[in-house]
Design a protein around this ligand. Sequence first.
Ligand SMILES: Nc1nc2c(ncn2[C@@H]2O[C@H](COP(=O)(O)OP(=O)(O)OP(=O)(O)O)[C@@H](O)[C@H]2O)c(=O)[nH]1
Ligand SMILES: [Mg+2]
Length: 633
Amino acid sequence: MSQASPMLRPICLVKNVCGSLQVCTDAIEFLNGINQPVVVVSVVGLYRTGKSYLMNRLAGQQKGFALGNTIESKTKGIWMWCVPHPFEAGQTLVLLDTEGLGDIDKGDSKNDGWIFCLAVLLSSTLVYNSRGTIDNDTIQKLHYITEISEQIKIRSAEAGEEGDEDSQFVRFFPLFVWVVRDFTLSLEIDGNEVTEDEYLDFALQLKKASPDNMRRLENLQERDIVQGFLETTGRFCEYIFDKSPVKTLKGGHRVTGKLLGQLAQIYVETLSSGKVPCLDNAVVALANLENKAAVQEAFKVYKSGMEKVKNNFPVSVTDFTSEHQKFSKLATSEFMKCSFKDDKGDYLKQLVQDIDMCYVVLMEENEMASKRKCKGLLKDLFSEMNKRLQNVLGQLAQIYVETLSSGKVPCLDNAVVALANLENKAAVQEAFKVYKSGMEKVKNNFPVSVTDFTSEHQKFSKLATSEFMKCSFKDDKGDYLKQLVQDIDMCYVVLMEENEMASKRKCKGLLKDLFSEMNNDCRMVNTVSVEDIKSTAETEMSSLHKEKEKTALLEQKRKEEKEKHIESERMLEVEQERRQDRMKQKEEKVKKEMEQQQEEIKRAVESKVKEQEALMNKGFKEKAELMEDEIKI
Ligand SMILES: Nc1nc2c(ncn2[C@@H]2O[C@H](COP(=O)(O)OP(=O)(O)OP(=O)(O)O)[C@@H](O)[C@H]2O)c(=O)[nH]1
Ligand SMILES: [Mg+2]
């Protein structure tokens, strides 16, 4: 979670221009840079009651929000100061100082209503600031709070009424803190000690200080201010830092700085258009904005991940699919982190669609890259052939030049024949070289068994023949091939004889030392007809060759079929895994949202129980019974 650079002084969030509210773009831009959850503390109350001073203390500063020392109201609109939360790393404390209510000179109670309403809607803790004692007059001035259910709606008109809306307010409204300044009465009620609920009042009570000093508090050194005043202010700050929760929306979604800015814009627009702000509508509008952004962010995760894969194109289909799977999963969890209230899963579907479209495009690009690579390889392979072709062309040119120089008319057929003669002759020589050099190695091991000798001869004959086939052309009658076979055969016979001689020499040597039976065996080996062996070997060779080619072809086809099958199965598996993963993440999200709602309901019930107890104690049994019904609901 990132955070914008620190804010050195407060800026205006909402201003009142000629009787209508406007959001300040600077403030929204600043909030847009805060991706941390925010704890929003706003202060409301009558004008000239020390609200701005209190907010400066929460910011840990002597100066910041402008203080006035005349009776005329100072703060106009809503001012904002974002500071790092002093207790919670990773959270931002947003302080909202509001225009004082009830300035008679202003004579604009509508504006007061708007300011109060916005303070309630935007904050997670609402500080109500008043001066003096809590008496009937102060309670009367609290009419903004008692009328709050007319200023704000929880459910949209389309959703209809559901139960008592009044009782729902406690679930979604900020923590309420009442600060009483310059409290001078004894902390006793009918001679009894104050209750726990009234402890806060006690903690915040201020000793009466010299009025001269209090009028210019921001310019005073701490030592010049009454000790008790500083202590209670300190305790107030500690209480706020400790108890103020992160701002959440209806449904429990934590609000970030960015969301707070959007929320302010939505509510200000609603109020300016004369409508009653509705929590449900705001959540839906915000969810749309957030979910759209979540789809974009999540898609970015997928895209940037696949960009790296793209740099290595072409990659195998297996690698490509597994990377796609990995980054789809990452994108889905990124989406789950930022999205909320995507009940129908529309935004998740949008993300899946975007990813799938990108996947198809990338798949095509990978295929293209693969084709390009194959073309390159083929080009290399054929360049050798080209060289040979150029050689042939050179010879052709020479033939034509010679024909023309001798005064004859060049003839295409003659040229081809002449060229073929030249090429085929060379082909026979090259092919024979292949055979000869192969058999030379066999010769070094003479004498060898007839079987070994024949198989080696067979191997190199085959190699020589294919070398000949590569280079020869227009050997229609097979004269040059015959020539090659003759050359090979002659060489074979000579070598066979040499092998025989070597064998004989070896045998003779052995015979000297071995018995006479061994001698007979050796002779038998050498009496095998050379012609017989040759013809059998040739027939075998050709049938073996054909058989091999057929088998290779069949094997290739079978392999292709198998690969296709494996690939389609894999794709199916991948799709299933992705779907399962999405379902799992969605279930988790729904579970979390349900838990948050349960938590809200629990808080509401607890608060109602407390309220009921208080009423019971005061003897309002009738009201308590009514509330019991509400709790059951
Ligand atoms: N007696 C007394 N004076 C205070 C206290 N806190 C602040 N003041 C003084 O009251 C004057 C008004 O303080 P502000 O903080 O500007 O009051 P405000 O409620 O923000 O005023 P508006 O913005 O005009 O509504 C300043 O001169 C402060 O020094 C307090 O607890 N007791
Ligand atoms: Mg002020």
